[in-house]
Design a protein around this ligand. Structure first.
Ligand code: HEC
Length: 153
């Protein structure tokens, strides 16, 4: 029955012991270098041609990117400090604090996500999500996650 429970676990996306989940993760080059390189690749013009058919599409796409790429470190509601992060000895900040430095500034937030940070924040602009996805997730943090969490809901 081992085979069967393995298949069930795999179908559910459950991580089995022995490191089965870590294998295909992005492994960054030396952190300072990758962030510096990303800063040279970044341009606000990357986002110029992005168009959303409506707010709903924008919000949904952002939620999808957050759930698939950000939640494991930043938490379901952006609160930070997940077990996944702790296991990797990463100090992951909350994205939903009152008075957050990025609040209200989509462009600065997109830049922050694009370049990442040497202390364990992936360089998303180089590591595989598109400017469109960065735009969507930045917008999602500012317009869905933060208002919802700060309102206590
Ligand atoms: C592997 C864990 C990990 C993942 C996955 C991750 N982050 Fe981070 N993130 C971090 C860490 C660690 C920091 C803190 C870096 C530092 O010391 O400033 C951070 C910082 C940030 C910051 C700056 C916060 C601040 O207050 O300075 C933003 C914005 C952010 N992440 C957004 C995202 C988004 C959006 C995603 C998904 C596309 C994402 N992160 C995925 C680990 C992660």
């Amino acid at each position: 029955m081992i085979g069967r429970s393995f298949a069930v676990a795999a179908a559910l996306g459950v991580c089995l012991p022995l490191g089965g989940c870590g294998k295909h993760e992005f492994l960054p080059p030396p952190a300072e270098e990758r962030v510096e390189e990303a800063k040279t690749l970044y341009s606000p013009a990357l986002f110029d041609s992005i168009a959303w058919s409506d707010e709903e599409e924008y919000a949904i796409q952002g939620a999808v990117v957050f759930a698939s790429e950000c939640r494991k470190c930043h938490g379901l509601m952006g609160e930070g400090g997940t077990d996944y992060a702790a296991e990797r000895k990463l100090e992951v900040p909350s994205l939903v604090e009152a008075g957050w430095e990025y609040d209200g500034d989509l462009e600065v937030l997109r830049h922050g996500i694009f370049v990442g940070h040497p202390e364990g924040m992936p360089t998303w602009g180089v590591a595989g999500i598109t400017p469109r996805e960065i735009d969507a997730v930045a917008h999602y943090i500012l317009t869905s996650l933060r208002p919802e969490v700060l309102a206590g809901g």
